[in-house]
Design a protein around this ligand. Structure first.
Ligand code: SF4
Length: 673
């Protein structure tokens, strides 16, 4: 048995350092690396399950081709010849943009970006832009600060107060959760604002339940109270910001009573929050769910503005921590992806991809290649996505397992897991350490790395020279921009992780990356793009105020939060007992609809329906909430995205997954039928 340092490759806030045991050529156990400066030996069950994900007999092991509706094993040579011939033919006949590349972030690793190099060298294809996950929040922070950067995780020790706003750290960001527990023990005041009384709320001094989609308005209410009590930071506002007068003018048009009524947060709580923000330093940790609404970007901008007027920007112990984009920007990704090679390209939004595929002309989409993703469960409006995939002549999916998306493919190519290839790992969400992951075991059957697949296809298509590098050379290329920091391939290999030199306290020099160089309450970047750039009191698209008729038929708000034990759709098939769709509802809905724990029920709206088993959330949940965890594969009940909308958020081409009204009723269990 041997033990090796490695990294979690899952799309997660924490990017944990691993200690991996290998026995008889198999990964036998995964633990946390106790010497990792942030993750310190603690990892979650989803990370541990990467051992099962690697060893499972259900792994795809051979290239598959669908013939008469059935998958048949074929050789790599046949698969690569046929796929490269099709790429060549479609490009010649219809242009290279008749090929669509669908990429997401299911499997991390710097070299996973080489798919972009392949498609750029191919001449450019139809690409997906925007983000299901965090697009509107990222753009919101770019408008306000000029970028979306977080404080170092170590800085939390300097916070007098911590507000966790819509981030269930206990489930999705476990090392922040540990820090919150420690901070509370040190005497830091901890407040959680969330529509659900979740595990993070349980450790807080106070949990404030809010009506979903109204977080921006709550921030506006807190600001209004701060201004009434003269708690704002006049110096920051006067010297380091522009557009404050627009905010004051807007706040004068609404009463605190109205804000309290709309957000369903009491005036007492709003006033108390204003005092906490005025009692610096107060840090805010924002979650991703609250920007998945039609008004999502505006929501994040209000919370940024609250951090700014309260003087909690650029100071130790403060911050509006949403993402940490400075991490990803440290790497030489364009050396890897060669954007200058792209001659043509077309862009569809991630959200509206199904509609765009179905209606594309000049050229129509003839071929799709899916990497690092499972759009059939993750992209909103599953039924429409399915129709779109069926409409394309040739679909190729590269994956480790037969996902819902792979089931629809014409060719499925088996790829490697994190332990079967060498790469480096980072996350632009939380901490600023880069991890090294060596190749530890051989892949099963004939599974090959994504890089090998691109290299072989590139050779067949005449640009093999652009892929003629060793893995070591590729990693060195990606790390080139870090040489001056002393971060090299050799050192990463030696130490297992290294600290990137990024800002620990973003904006501490008050030099913002906005066009004015100041914090922008009214965004010049937004104005340049045709928006008015001001904050507003915008609302979700599906609500009793914006669409009363819809709300009459569909009175409940659906949330689709990240599952506890699966990384999105990736782990459900590895559960010891068969997963079921769990429909979590408030006590009020249970009483009104006469539903009990364990009842079988159907949730539906105009886009689709999904059935599952009732679980009643007894305490502290907003009265109109239904939650169904995202990512459930079709064979276990299907993805909740059958219900969600493909509309875009107000900026950043983000999703509106939580902006979703539904109805619910008891149903006959398919088991009893
Ligand atoms: S899923 Fe996240 S928390 Fe869990 S081991 Fe991986 S990086 Fe760590």
């Amino acid at each position: 048995m041997s033990v090796h340092l490695s990294s979690c490759s899952l799309n997660c806030w924490d990017n944990c350092g691993f200690k991996v045991e290998v026995e008889n050529g198999k990964v036998s156990k995964i633990d946390g690396n106790p010497d990792h400066p942030i993750t310190k030996g603690k990892i979650c069950g989803r990370g541990r399950m990467l051992a099962e994900r690697t060893n499972s007999p259900d792994r795809l092991q051979f290239p598959l081709k669908k013939l008469d509706g059935e998958f048949k094993r074929i050789s790599w040579e046949q698969a690569l010849d046929e796929i490269s011939n099709k790429l060549y033919q479609y490009k010649n006949e219809f242009g290279s943009t008749s090929v669509l590349h669908s990429h997401d972030y299911a499997n991390g690793g710097l070299l996973k970006n080489l798919d972009q190099r392949f498609f750029n060298c191919f001449g450019g294809v139809t690409e997906l832009i925007g983000s299901i996950c965090w697009g509107s929040g990222i753009e919101a922070q770019s408008w306000d600060f000029g970028d979306a950067n977080s404080h170092s995780p170590h800085d939390i020790v300097n916070s007098k107060n911590v507000i966790v706003w819509g981030r269930n750290a206990a489930r999705t960001n476990m090392h922040l959760f540990q820090q919150l527990q420690q901070a509370k023990r040190r005497g830091t005041k901890l407040i959680v604002i969330d529509p659900i009384y979740n595990a993070t709320a349980k450790i807080a001094h106070q949990h404030i339940t809010i009506k979903p989609g109204m977080d921006g308005l709550l921030a506006a209410g807190i600001m209004k109270e701060m201004l009434r009590m003269n708690l704002e930071d006049r110096d920051f506002i006067a010297h380091h910001s522009i557009g404050f007068e627009d905010v004051v003018e807007l706040l004068d048009t609404i009463t605190l009573e109205r804000i309290s009524e709309l957000t369903e947060v009491s005036i007492i709580d709003i006033t108390e929050l204003a005092k906490i923000y005025g009692d610096r330093p107060t840090s805010t940790y924002l979650g991703l769910g609250m920007q998945r609404y039609h008004n999502g970007g505006n929501t994040i901008r209000w919370i940024d503005a609250l951090a700014a007027i309260s003087g909690n920007v650029g100071i130790t112990g403060g911050g509006a921590n949403f993402a940490n984009k400075q991490v990803g920007k440290s790497f030489s990704t364009s050396l890897l992806s060669l954007p200058e090679k792209r001659k043509n390209h077309r862009q569809f939004t991630m959200m509206e991809q199904a509609k765009s595929i179905l209606t594309a002309e000049d050229p129509a989409i003839k071929m799709m290649i899916v990497t690092c993703g499972n759009p059939l469960t993750q992209v909103p409006n599953t039924n429409e996505v399915k129709r779109a995939f069926h409409s394309v002549d040739t679909v190729v999916v590269i994956d480790q397992y037969m996902t819902d998306t792979a089931e629809l493919a014409d060719y499925v190519l088996p790829t490697t897991t994190v332990f079967e290839e060498e790469d480096v790992y980072y996350s632009s969400m939380y901490h600023h350490y880069v991890n090294y992951g060596p190749k530890l075991v051989d892949p099963p059957g004939e599974a090959k790395s994504d890089l090998w697949i691109w290299t072989e296809l590139a050779r067949r298509l005449g640009f093999g020279d652009d892929f003629d590098y060793t893995r070591e050379q590729w990693i060195k290329m990606g790390l080139q921009s870090l040489r001056d920091q002393g971060i090299t391939y050799e050192k990463l290999k030696e130490f297992g992780h290294l600290e990137l030199k990024v800002e620990d306290i973003p904006w501490s020099d008050y030099r913002f990356k906005t066009p004015s160089g100041k914090y922008e309450f009214t965004s010049s970047a937004a104005k340049q793009r045709g928006y008015d750039g001001k904050l507003s009191f915008s609302l979700p698209k599906e609500s009793e105020w914006t669409n009363p008729e819809l709300a009459k038929n569909f009175p409940y708000q659906l949330l689709t939060i990240h599952p506890l034990r699966s990384n999105h759709s990736q782990h459900y098939h590895l559960f010891k007992s068969e997963p079921k769709v769990k429909i979590e509802i408030s006590k009020d809905i249970a009483d009104k609809e006469n539903l009990k724990n364990g009842d079988y029920a159907v949730v539906w709206n105009e886009r689709g329906e999904i059935s599952g088993y009732i679980s009643i959330l007894e305490h502290g949940v907003h009265a109109k909430i239904i939650n169904i965890d995202e990512g459930v594969p079709a064979k276990f009940g299907g993805a909740v995205n059958k219900l969600t909308s493909s509309s875009l958020s107000d900026n950043g081409l983000g999703s509106t997954l939580y902006d979703c009204l539904v109805n619910i009723k008891a149903a006959k269990s398919h088991i009893n039928n």
